[in-house]
Design a protein around this ligand. Structure first.
Ligand code: NAG
Length: 397
């Protein structure tokens, strides 16, 4: 593109050239360079999506792989890099309301899918950022989705619940065909189209345990211009609804599945018959615009007086009186019922008292000696003195 722009700038300069032939030559050169420039610039991917029908676009990892490593293709090297995709509407932070993106794992392909409504018609430019998780290279791609008017009328629509599937597993075209073939047998017509596909998680389903045998579940909605088969209509009979509520095998279940993981849950099937015109809501009658006279306004009376004295007694006076009584009892016990040291000493025999005092004195002496004021206390010489003297006498001999 840059080259093209430069050569267009150069053209007006060369117009000053008096040679007419050289001038046309210049123009031709500029146009050629421009055309080459356009071809060299990667064009956007352009897709169509009619309103009211399921749109699915698969983001193939292997296509982007060659964008990241164009030279490796030449040398026969092959990488299988983990990649993640970030998609948003151009100049917006998110995708359009009708479009959703899903990718299970960085080693799986990504999918853009959704059902545009008639009011979503127009051009949607989706920016796709591809991030290579091995080399951390990024790559930007633009996808243009032209949403056009609905191409088919599908007055009969039915939604089926496939329990043992995940949304990423049913979006590939081959699996869609597989599911459609089973429904075709059930519906008795081959004129079926997918209207919508939703993961049960988007409809309030629970995230399954990460163990084999647990699935998220997928709702698929198909539409047709052919009426429902006799068997499908049985779904709406009261007997079948009762059987569905009680659980277990339903007698009228006529669904088939060639691949067991595509089996539908018969009782979760919902039918919509849009062929009958919906009765219009009755038009509201227009009055005169003046409200009818409703009489004088009489304000409500003030409520009757209430006596709060019993409440006051129960919540304030009684607890306060109890606290006061407890206080008095405690004060009597503390002040009037103490034994006193003198009274105790007169009751104790003298010998026991003497014994007690010597223990107390010895203990306090030991404590004093062990404390910081050891130097001020007399060292206990009394028993060491004779021993020392005897020793000195023996040494002198
Ligand atoms: C498709 O399913 C999604 C999720 O349930 C819902 O929000 C959307 O309205 C559906 N679209 C159509 C066209 O039914």
């Amino acid at each position: 593109m840059g080259v093209c722009f430069c050569s267009l700038l150069q053209v007006p300069l060369s117009i000053k050239n008096p040679n007419k032939m050289a001038d046309t030559g210049n123009w031709a050169l500029a146009l050629t360079v421009c055309a080459v420039g356009f071809l060299a610039v990667r064009s956007d991917i352009i897709t169509e999506a009619p309103a009211g029908r399921l749109f699915v676009y698969e983001l193939h990892r292997e296509l982007f792989q060659s964008e990241f490593e164009p030279s490796h293709k030449v040398f026969g090297q092959f990488y299988n890099d983990p990649m993640v995709f970030k998609c948003n509407k151009e100049r917006f932070p998110d995708l359009p309301r009708w479009l959703r993106f899903t990718q299970r794992d960085s080693y799986d392909n990504g999918f853009l899918y959704g059902t545009p409504l008639p009011q979503d018609q127009g051009r949607n430019i989706i920016e796709i950022f591809v991030i290579n998780k091995r080399s951390y290279g990024t790559f930007r791609e633009r996808l243009v989705i032209n949403v056009g008017p609905a191409v088919k009328r599908m007055p009969y629509q039915a939604e089926f619940f496939i329990e043992r599937r995940e949304i990423e597993k049913v979006l590939p075209a081959a699996v869609q065909e597989e599911i459609k073939r089973d429904i075709q047998l059930l519906w008795g017509t081959s004129r079926l189209d997918f209207v919508n596909m939703t993961s049960a998680l988007d409809r309030g389903g629970r995230v399954p345990l990460p163990l084999p045998g647990y699935f998220e579940g997928v709702y698929v909605k198909l539409g047709s211009d052919q009426p429902f088969s006799q068997c499908m209509l049985q779904l709406e009979t009261p007997e079948q609804q009762r059987e569905c509520v009680t659980g277990g095998k339903v007698s009228g279940d006529c669904s088939t599945c060639t691949n067991p993981i595509n089996c539908i849950n018969w009782c979760n099937t919902v039918l919509w018959d849009l062929s009958k015109p919906v009765p219009r809501a009755p038009v509201p009658t227009v009055g005169s615009g003046v409200l009818a006279w409703g009489g004088e306004f009489s304000p409500p009376d003030s409520p009757p007086d209430r006596d709060f004295l019993p409440d006051y007694i129960v919540t304030v006076v009684v607890p306060f009186a109890l606290a006061l009584i407890l206080c008095l009892i405690l004060a009597y016990i503390m002040c009037c019922r103490r034994e006193g040291v003198l009274k105790r000493n007169t009751k104790t025999p003298d010998l026991q008292l003497y014994h007690h005092h010597t223990i107390q004195d010895n203990a306090s002496e030991l404590r004093r000696m062990a404390g910081g004021d050891r130097l001020t206390v007399d060292p206990p010489r009394q028993c060491l003195q004779p021993l020392l003297m005897a020793e000195q006498a023996m040494a002198g001999r």
